[in-house]
Write a protein that binds this ligand. Structure first.
Ligand code: B12
Length: 249
């Protein structure tokens, strides 16, 4: 159906215009600008216009190129992970935990590996929260331990054991050399090794550059991407732990 096919919009509906930015390891001169246009051409931008070029330190130039692509987007072929659980208020989350678990739901969170970007996990866990929503610490029926940055997998497993964690929340922001993927795989393997299946905590990974469809591949129960809010996470925990998983007393 033609209504399901769209093209990028730049100056006019359906004109296919897009803007891309990238850096080349060359000093800024005429040849560098030509190189940027060559790359844009190979990426399928035709015509391609250089709209910005600025040297970034010695020997690197940052470019913005505006141009036309001929590709079409088929909206029917788009596959995304839709939220498949209800979004609850804090009051409903607390009530569900009280009613179904009859004890506090224990959450342990950390930023693992060498990653020191704690703003994301803090936004989800700490009272101050994000986007006008309070973090999980605010929920009376959740017991939250935020281990902070650069936590090793061994430390995380041990903390989960001591805290009798129902859920372990891991943040990964740095993606250089796919560190986020390697670290999460290592973490999930360690939890599978350390806990029998029935007692393994729910494993949740989050960060701005994860593909939410990769949970099974990474061995975790759920992935949350950029723009996640604490309420979405609290609602998911309640859904997963009080509906689907046998809750260990
Ligand atoms: C602040 C910042 C820093 C601060 C971090 C301070 C801190 N205490 O966190 C400092 C200055 C220390 C820093 C250092 C570095 N940084 Co930095 N940093 C940033 C910056 C500007 C913002 C990140 C941020 O705070 N975002 C705001 C939070 C709220 O968003 P978020 O993390 O996406 O979190 C949300 C979701 O993703 C999700 N979420 C995240 N985690 C989790 C976890 C769970 C369980 C769930 C459910 C959800 C969830 O929910 C959150 C709320 O919506 C980004 C660029 C950018 N604009 O994003 C670069 C950036 C992340 N940094 C980068 C780099 C390269 C570095 C350094 C390597 C730089 C250097 N050469 O030293 C070091 C690495 C240090 C280290 N060991 O990790 C790169 C990473 C590139 C890559 N491909 O990996 C970025 C993208 C900048 C860039 N464009 O180059 N950085």
């Amino acid at each position: 159906m033609s209504g399901q096919i769209v093209r990028p919009y730049g100056d006019m509906t359906g004109d296919g215009m897009v803007q891309v930015s990238f850096t080349l390891p060359v000093p800024h001169d005429k040849r560098a600008e030509g190189a940027a246009l060559q790359l844009a051409g190979k990426m399928g931008l035709d015509p391609a216009m250089l709209v910005h070029a600025r040297q970034m330190g010695d020997g690197y130039t940052f470019f913005v190129v505006y141009g036309r692509v001929s590709h079409l987007v088929d909206l029917d072929a788009v596959r995304v992970l839709e939220r498949d659980y209800p979004l609850l208020t804090a009051k409903d989350v607390n009530a569900a935990v009280r009613r179904r678990m009859r004890r506090k739901l224990s959450v342990v969170g950390a930023c693992i590996g060498t990653d020191a970007h704690t703003v994301g996990i803090d936004a989800i866990l700490n009272v101050k929260g994000i986007a006008g929503e309070k973090g999980l610490e605010y929920y009376r029926e959740l017991k939250v331990l935020n281990l902070g940055a650069q936590v090793t997998v061994a430390e995380l497993v041990e903390a989960a054991r001591v805290e009798k964690a129902d859920a372990v929340l891991v943040s990964q922001v740095v993606t250089q050399r796919d560190a986020h993927l390697h670290n999460v795989r290592e973490m999930s393997a360690a939890f599978r090794e350390a806990f029998p299946a029935a007692r393994r905590p729910l494993l949740v990974a989050g960060g701005p550059r994860f593909d939410e469809m990769m949970a099974a591949d990474l061995g975790v129960d759920r992935i949350f991407g950029r723009g996640t809010t604490p309420r979405e996470v609290a609602s998911y925990l309640v859904h997963a732990l009080t509906n689907q998983k046998a809750v260990a007393a």
